[in-house]
Write a protein that binds this ligand. Sequence first.
Ligand code: PAF
Length: 286
Amino acid sequence: MKILHTIQDARRFVWNLRSGGQSVGLVPTMGALHAGHLSLVEQGRKSCDAVVTTIFVNPTQFAANEDLDKYPRTIERDIELLSAAGCDAVFIPDVSEMYPDGSSTFVKAPDVGKPLEGEFRPTHFDGVATVVLKLFQILPTSHAFFGQKDYQQLRVIETMVRDLNVPIEIMPCPIVRESDGLAMSSRNRYLSDSERQRALCLSRALAGVQTAFQNGQRDVAKLTEILHAPLADTPDSQGVDRVDYAVIVDCENLQPIDTISASAVALLATHVGTTRLIDNCVLRCE
Ligand code: PAF
C-alpha cells in the first residue's frame, strides 16, 4: 500500500489509474479506524478496481468547544488495518498541506445541512463540505464511499455533488454495529464501561421504532414516542444524559412529516457522559 503525504503525489497516483481506464474508490476518514471504516474499503474493493483511503482530522469541521485536540489519532494502527484490508493507497496530509496560509474559500453546505446537526453544530457541515470537495479535487476518483451512520452528512455530500456537478458517484454504505447493537464510531472509545452499557439504549430505541413500523405503524407522533422511551433516564431503565434530537423526518430533505407514506429516517443525537453519540435507521415502505 502506498503512503502519500502530498497533494501532488496523491493526484498523480489516482490519475495514473484513471488514465489507464481503472475505476477508483475513495474512502475519506478522520482515522481511528474501526470495522465500519474497513467495511467501506471492502465495499470499495468490490465496486472498483482500486481503493484510496484518506486520513485527515479536518479542523474546519470542529467548533472551538469540540474535541479536535483530543480526537483519537492512531495512525500506525490505521495503516496496518488499511494494508491488511487491501487498500491500494492512503493519503495522509498535514493541516498545512490541506489549508496553506491564506486559504479563505469555503463551501456553504446545502439546506439539508441546516436542521438537526446544523442547529447544534452550525459550522460543522460547511467544514465537511469544504474538505470533501477538496478531497474530490485532489483525488479525482470515480466513486466515493460514505457510511450511513452519518446520515445527514451523507445527504449534504450527495446534494453538494448534485448541485455542483461533481463527476463522482456517491456510494452509501450500511451502518456497522457491534454484536450488542452499538453503532461503530471512533468516539465509542471515550465511553467508560457503564456509559457504553447505557449507550445501547440508542440502538434499542431505533429497534423499537423499526418493529412498530414493520407492524404497520405510520403515525410519526406515535413512532416518536417509541423512539424517546428507551432514551429516558428513569429508575428502571438507564438512558442517556441528554438528547439533542430524536426525530423521524423525511429521508430526503430531513424536514418534519406527520405520517410515513414512502420512507423516512429516525435520527438520534444524544450525550452519554461527555461523549456525543449519533445513530439512525431508515424506515422504508415496501
Ligand atoms: O465522516 C468523517 O469521518 C468526516 O466527516 C469526513 C467525511 C472524513 C470529512 O472530514
